[in-house]
Design a protein around this ligand. Structure first.
Ligand SMILES: *Cc1c(COP(=O)(O)O)cnc(C)c1O
Length: 461
C-alpha cells in the first residue's frame, strides 16, 4: 500500500512515512494510491464484534507492513482502553429512523480521541523502533489540540506544540491543553483565528530548512492516520443497524472535512452508505460550495460551535483530488487560486461532489433551538456541534436509518448548553477537578518567525 500526494509531485510513501510526515512536500495531502475494499461477507462478519476487532479489520489493509498483526492489535487495544464506555462508540436512538453515534467517551470528550489516541500509540511504536525524535506542531480550534496533548503527553520521542486561537476556545478545551504538567507538551495561545493558526503550521511545513531541522511531524486532520482511524466507527454503526444487508445514512458536523471524508472512504471500501450529509454552522463554505460549485472564502465568524469555525477546510482537497479524476496538477492550480480568495470548481468535478455529498447549515438560533428541543423531547443533552448535525439531519430523514455523529460531550461546551436548556452539563468524574488545576500557556503572535523561534528554543532546553 502506497500513499500519493493530492498535488501530484511529492514522492509516494509507505503508511509509516505518510503518518510521520503529515503534509506532503508539494503542499498536498497524502491519500492511498488505491482504496482497499471489503467484501459483503467480510462486512457482514463484523456484526457482534468488539470495536477493537472491527478497527483491526477495517484498518489492516491500509497499513502495509508498518506493524505486524500482533503489534497492530496491541496498539489498537491500548488506544481505546482509556475510553469511558465499553462499546467505545455507542449508538443512541432518537427517533424511529434517527440515531446518535456518541463519539465523546474518550479522554478529552470529543471524537478526536478516536484518531489521536491511536496515532499516539503508532508514533511511539514507530519512533522507538527507529530511535528518532520528532516535533509535532498542530493547529486547533480546540478539540484536536486537547486530544493531541492528551495522546502525546509524557512520550519520550516527541515534543508537541499546539497553536490555538487566543480567546476563541471554550474554557474546558483550554484547560485540557494548558493543565497537563509534562514538559514535552506546549500550549501556544496565538493572537488570531483558527485559519491563522492553520496557515502558520502549513508555512512551517513548507519551510524545508525548519522542517528538517526540528524533524517536524503533523497530527492535524491532514494526517492520513487520523482519517483512517475515523473510518472505523462508520462500520461499527452501520453494521449494528443492519449493514451490509441494508443502507445507512450519516450526517456529520463538519469543519475541516476530516470526519466526513472518513465516511466517504468507508463508502469506497464497500460500506453501503446512502446519504453522506455535511452539516455546517454559519461558517458555511462547504455548504455553499456544494450548492454553487464556487469555493470562496469569507471571514471566520465566531459561533457557539467553535470547533467548526473554519473557512479553509483542509481535507476538502482530498475530495477535490478524486473529483478531478486524481489530477494533481488541477488540484494544485485550484489551491493556488485559494490564496486569492477562492475558485470555481469545473463542471465535471462539481457534478461528482454533488452526487457524493449532501449538505445543510444551521444558524446560531437553529443550533440553540435544537439543543433545547432534544432535551425537551428526547431527554438528550447535545453539544452545540452535535446540535448543528441533528438540525441538518432532520431535513434528510426518511426510511433509511440516519446516524448523526455526536462529536463532543455537552460538558465540553457548558455555556451553549446552559443558555439553551438552563442545565449545566456535569463533567465525567475523572475530570471533575479540571477547573482547579494550574494552567501553563505561552501567548504569541501569529508571525511565523516568532513561532519558529519559540519552538526551537523550547525543544533545545
Ligand atoms: C473537530 C470537530 C468537528 C469538525 O470535524 P472535522 O473533521 O474537522 O470536520 C466537529 N465537532 C467537534 C466537536 C470537533 O471537535
Amino acid at each position: 500500500m502506497r500513499y500519493i500526494s493530492t498535488r501530484g509531485t511529492a514522492p509516494a510513501l509507505t503508511f509509516e512515512q505518510a503518518m510521520l510526515t503529515g503534509l506532503a512536500r508539494d503542499g498536498g495531502l497524502y491519500v492511498p494510491e488505491v482504496v482497499p475494499t471489503l467484501t459483503h461477507a467480510q462486512i457482514a462478519a463484523m456484526a457482534g464484534q468488539t470495536y477493537e476487532d472491527v478497527a483491526f479489520d477495517v484498518m489492516r489493509p491500509f497499513i502495509g507492513d508498518t506493524f505486524t498483526d500482533d503489534e497492530f492489535r496491541k496498539l489498537i487495544a491500548q488506544a481505546y482502553a482509556g475510553f469511558g464506555h465499553a462499546a467505545r462508540a455507542p449508538l443512541v436512538q432518537l427517533d424511529a429512523n434517527h440515531f446518535l453515534l456518541e463519539l465523546f467517551h474518550g479522554p478529552t470528550l470529543a471524537f478526536k480521541d478516536f484518531a489521536m489516541q491511536l496515532i499516539g500509540q503508532m508514533f511511539q511504536a514507530a519512533l522507538s523502533r527507529s530511535g528518532e525524535r520528532v516535533t509535532i506542531v498542530g493547529a486547533t480550534s480546540g478539540d484536536t489540540g486537547s486530544a493531541a496533548i492528551e495522546a502525546f503527553r509524557g512520550l519520550e520521542a516527541v515534543d508537541v506544540f499546539i497553536l490555538y486561537p487566543h480567546g476563541r476556545v471554550s474554557e474546558v478545551q483550554r484547560r485540557q491543553m494548558t493543565t497537563p504538567t509534562e514538559s514535552n507538551v506546549h500550549a501556544l495561545a496565538v493572537d488570531g483565528d483558527f485559519d491563522d493558526c492553520q496557515a502558520a503550521v502549513k508555512d512551517m511545513f513548507n519551510d524545508f530548512a525548519f522542517r528538517d531541522d526540528v524533524r517536524l511531524a503533523g497530527v492535524n486532520s491532514i494526517n492520513w492516520g487520523r482519517v483512517l482511524a475515523q473510518v472505523v466507527y462508520y462500520f461499527t454503526a452501520a453494521v449494528s443497524l443492519g449493514a451490509p444487508h441494508r443502507q445507512v445514512s450519516f450526517t456529520v458536523p463538519t469543519g475541516n472535512f476530516g470526519d466526513i471524508f472518513a465516511g466517504y472512504i468507508a463508502r469506497q471500501m464497500g460500506l453501503p452508505i446512502a446519504d453522506l450529509v455535511v452539516a455546517t454552522n454559519r461558517n458555511d463554505i462547504l455548504h455553499r460550495t456544494l450548492e454553487t460549485g464556487a469555493y470562496t472564502k469569507q471571514g471566520v465568524m465566531p459561533t457557539i460551535s467553535p470547533s467548526m469555525d473554519i473557512q479553509i477546510s483542509s481535507n476538502f482537497e482530498r475530495a477535490l483530488f478524486d473529483a478531478y479524476g486524481r489530477d494533481g496538477a488541477a488540484v494544485a492550480t485550484q489551491m493556488a487560486d485559494l490564496k486569492n480568495g477562492g475558485f470555481q470548481i469545473s463542471q465535471g468535478a462539481y457534478q461528482m461532489l454533488k452526487e457524493t455529498f449532501k449538505s445543510g447549515r444551521a444558524s446560531e438560533e437553529q443550533t440553540t433551538a435544537a439543543i433545547r428541543r432534544y432535551r425537551a423531547n428526547h431527554g438528550e443533552l447535545l453539544c452545540p456541534h452535535t446540535a448543528v448535525g441533528v438540525h441538518v439531519a432532520e431535513s434528510y430523514l426518511g426510511t433509511t436509518p440516519m446516524v448523526t455523529l455526536a462529536t463532543a460531550h455537552p460538558a465540553k461546551f457548558p455555556d451553549a448548553v446552559k443558555d439553551a436548556t438552563g442545565i449545566t452539563a456535569p463533567l465525567p468524574p475523572r475530570m471533575a477537578d479540571l477547573y482547579d488545576r494550574p494552567e501553563r500557556v505561552t501567548r504569541v503572535s501569529a508571525d511565523l518567525a516568532t513561532l519558529q523561534a519559540v519552538i526551537k528554543e523550547r525543544i533545545n532546553q
